[in-house]
Write a protein that binds this ligand. Structure first.
Ligand code: ADP
Length: 310
């Protein structure tokens, strides 16, 4: 369990983290979402005692991180996967970490196996691909078999296979009852991974809810209706307080009216329906909507495949 109360970090006159109060619970993946510069890394660094809060508190299992007797056994973190000693092999990197933290040597082989690096464990980490470096970082986080795991943007720059692997790993760790706290600026990524969401913008909490609650609260649900009588149905919908806009031949997009209500309306008035399907807005849409005013850097014209940093 991670608990923050009024957590605040000020850099000069900039409030990087602004009075965040939240709880990250065990047994689920909690997504920490926000545009670049929202304050996610700063928050995670404060959780891990790498930065001191300007005010407020954050505890891990009820105590500040720096007061934990055996930090690596309680919290594992992946902050910057590039922070590896390049000349060392994966095995020796992990062994050094295990020895300096009083962890049994056998854990090294176990975590190497767990992240799929056993084959290349004796090779120098310098030659590792980004994905392998990421796996090594995760192996280090898992070394102390901690109940709490913190991952800062773990899928950044990974190929689809690597992304899927990390996604499944996070879910598996949560299913084992661990606390999994993962940050991302990619909403579409969290949609498939997280159970719970903490959304921040400009250091402030914007939403603290389940993925479904987030979508329900922040996106207008539309219903696609196909009928041989679109004009008649559009009139009925409007008469009942809904909105209907044409969406191709014989198809309407209806908003502000529930799916069941549209069906009943059609039935009661003898209008034949060929399709009645609720369209779920994606988390990406809902997120963009919500954080529009809090994005620190707006790319003028976001080009496909480019970083979204202006
Ligand atoms: P995120 O991880 O969500 O991208 P960060 O926590 O890295 O956001 O940054 C939050 C804000 O704090 C940004 O405006 C960033 O420029 C600022 N910031 C982060 N670290 C420092 C620092 N060491 N000194 C000054 N400003 C910082």
């Amino acid at each position: 369990m991670i608990e923050a109360v009024g957590l605040t970090k000020r850099y000069g006159d900039r409030l990087a983290v602004d009075h965040l109060t939240f709880t990250v619970k065990p047994g689920q993946v909690t997504g920490f979402l926000g545009p670049n510069g929202a304050g996610k890394s700063t928050t995670m660094r404060m959780i891990l005692g790498l930065d001191a809060p300007s005010s407020g508190t954050v505890t891990v299992n009820g105590r500040p991180f720096v007061e934990l007797d055996n930090p690596l056994r309680e919290v594992g973190a992946l902050l910057d996967a590039k922070a590896i000693h390049g000349g060392r092999s994966a095995y020796h990197h992990l062994l050094a970490l295990a020895q300096s933290n009083n962890l049994p040597r056998r854990r090294v082989d176990q975590v190497l196996e767990l992240v799929g690096l056993t084959e290349v464990a004796r090779k120098r980490a310098k030659g590792f691909s980004l994905g392998m470096g990421q796996r090594l970082g995760i192996a280090a986080a898992l070394l102390g078999d901690p109940k709490i795991l913190i991952f800062d943007e773990p899928v950044n720059g990974l190929d689809p296979e690597g992304i899927l692997w990390i996604r499944n790993l996070m879910k598996a760790l949560a299913a084992e009852g661990r606390t999994v706290f993962v940050s991302s600026h990619l909403m579409s990524e969290m949609e498939n991974t997280a159970d719970h969401l903490l959304v921040i913008g400009r250091g402030r909490m914007i939403a603290d809810c389940t993925v479904q609650e987030f979508i329900d609260a922040n996106s207008e649900l539309a219903v696609r209706v196909r009928t041989p009588e679109p004009t008649r149905l559009a009139e009925l919908v409007t008469g009942a307080g809904g909105r209907a806009v044409p969406d191709g031949e014989g198809t309407l997009l209806v908003t502000e009216l529930a799916t069941d209500r549209i069906g009943d309306l059609a039935f009661d008035n003898g209008v034949r329906l060929h399709e009645l399907s609720p369209l779920q807005a994606s988390l990406e849409q809902a997120f963009m909507e919500l954080t529009r005013d809090s994005v620190e850097y707006h790319a003028a014209v976001p080009a496909a495949g480019q970083e979204d940093r202006a």
